[in-house]
Design a protein around this ligand. Structure first.
Ligand SMILES: Cc1cc2nc3c(=O)[nH]c(=O)nc-3n(C[C@H](O)[C@H](O)[C@H](O)COP(=O)(O)OP(=O)(O)OC[C@H]3O[C@@H](n4cnc5c(N)ncnc54)[C@H](O)[C@@H]3O)c2cc1C
Length: 418
């Protein structure tokens, strides 16, 4: 039984020089067989495992990770959480997710530092004004709390914004007061600790190298990994930018492109901005971390690649764009930059789906915006894996939609250029 984290635990450990903290999760050797194997210990894989246990009592589960848990996009993103999407299925799953973030720290007994400080998406052209007004109306019907605010309110909420920008003045913004940020590593670590506590096995440094099928219908029977053979009844593939390769091992293709997405942070400065701002016309977004660094991101790189690195052109393009709206950053030193490999679908919406292989399920396509979706996606995916059929949240996101022409177009609401 894992000891609970609490103020009393901190006091107790302070008295004994912090010698009594336990490891947050076990690192067991893989068993020969599991009911469910999840490939990928990012936020979505871990959340899927957690809700399989919590909502369906399925705990004979292994989560296999080729690197370290949370080391993919989950540990590389800029942590923006919002649910102001346009289409009904998106608003439903992202709002479910945002609402789960509200109580995640208590639910997991792990401080994920959810900070609902408010997110604004600036309208800097008439086209954007119309688009965001439309989204605000759609959100009102969907029960998602957002509003379209004018430039004076924007300035009030974020005084460092230059409203009369030289090229693109700020004409208003789509404002979601309960959007915000959370600590990305903590989300992965919190889920991992809770999964381990339920008896699930998280196996790091364990790459899936082959997928096996058997029986007359060719259903999944197990995987080969760098730590040996593991049999399973069900397999859930949750590997973001590597979806194409892993699904390829099972013999089917996915409508996914892998592209680098980069971010950077500045040197820490005094608190100057307590909301998240996205400026999509110029392609940049920014928030201030608890340490004082300005956390900055922009659009995806313009080509397919698997490099998890930053590049100079990105700093130049993104910072140049943001300086127009935030002149204050013009003399900031940038501290570090990095990249992740995001998984893009044609309609910029995710895939939570059965696949052509019986008992293989896939969760991918969250692209540039899946951190915010981790709990909602895990919730919906767990239902799909447990029951073999999608529930109301996941059903619209099956991959049949590409064959049927039933797109869930979120190319604008996705918020960054791609
Ligand atoms: C720079 C950047 C900024 C972003 N900003 C935001 C943001 O502000 N807000 C937001 O909502 N989203 C954001 N995102 C997107 C978000 O990070 C992702 O959508 C989300 O983290 C995806 O989580 P995941 O669990 O699906 O994937 P990942 O966290 O990438 O996890 C997949 C895991 O699968 C593992 N894996 C791959 N192949 C194998 C294999 N063969 N065997 C075993 N394991 C394997 C990988 O090692 C990886 O750990 C951003 C992304 C990036 C890169």
């Amino acid at each position: 039984m894992t000891k609970r984290y609490s103020v009393f635990a901190i006091a107790r450990e302070a008295m004994r020089h912090h010698q009594g903290w336990e490891r947050a999760w076990r690192s067991p050797a893989p068993k020969a067989k599991y009911d469910v194997v999840i490939v990928g210990a990012g936020g979505h894989g871990l959340a899927t495992a957690y809700y399989l246990g919590k909502n369906f009592g399925i705990t004979n589960v292994a989560i296999l990770e080729k690197g370290w848990l949370g080391g993919g996009n989950t540990g590389r993103n800029t942590t923006i959480i919002r649910s102001n999407y346009l289409q009904d299925p998106s608003a439903a799953i992202y709002e479910k997710s945002r609402s789960l973030y509200e109580t995640m720290s208590q639910d997991l007994n792990y401080n994920v530092m959810f900070s609902p400080r408010g997110v604004m998406m600036l309208a800097q052209t008439e086209h954007e004004v119309r688009g965001y007004r439309r989204t605000a109306h759609a959100n009102a019907l969907q029960g998602v709390e957002t509003q379209f605010i004018g430039p004076e309110r924007v300035k009030e909420l974020c005084p460092i914004i230059h409203i009369e920008g030289p090229r693109y003045p700020v004409l208003g913004a789509l404002w979601q007061p309960r959007g915000g940020t959370a600590r990305h590593d903590a989300v992965a670590w919190g889920y991992a600790r809770a999964c381990s506590e339920m008896g699930m096995d998280i196996i790091q440094q364990c790459e899936v190298t082959a997928i096996h099928r058997s029986g007359a219908d060719g259903a999944v029977s197990g995987v080969s990994t760098t730590k040996g053979e593991i049999a399973c009844d069900k397999l859930s593939i949750v590997v973001a930018g590597h979806t194409g390769q892993v699904c390829g091992l099972a013999g089917f293709r996915m409508p996914i492109e892998a592209m680098p997405l980069q971010a950077l942070v500045s040197e820490p400065i005094k608190p100057c901005m307590d909301v998240v701002v996205m400026a999509n016309t110029v392609h940049g977004y920014m928030s201030q971390s608890d340490k004082g660094e300005m956390v900055i991101g922009g659009g995806t790189d313009g080509y397919n690649a698997f490099t998890q690195r930053g590049s100079f052109h990105h700093i130049e393009e993104t910072v140049r764009a943001l300086i127009e709206t935030f002149p204050i950053i013009s003399r900031l030193k940038m501290l570090r930059q990095w990249g992740g490999i995001v998984d893009m679908t044609g309609d910029r919406s995710p895939i939570l789906s059965k696949t052509p292989v019986r008992n293989i399920f896939v969760n991918c396509g969250w692209g540039t915006g899946g951190f915010k979706a981790i709990p909602g996606s895990g919730w919906a995916m767990a239902e799909l894996v447990a029951k073999g059929e999608p529930g109301a949240l996941a059903a619209p996101f099956s991959m049949d939609r590409f064959r049927e022409g039933r797109f869930i177009d979120e190319s604008v609401a996705a918020g960054v250029a791609h």
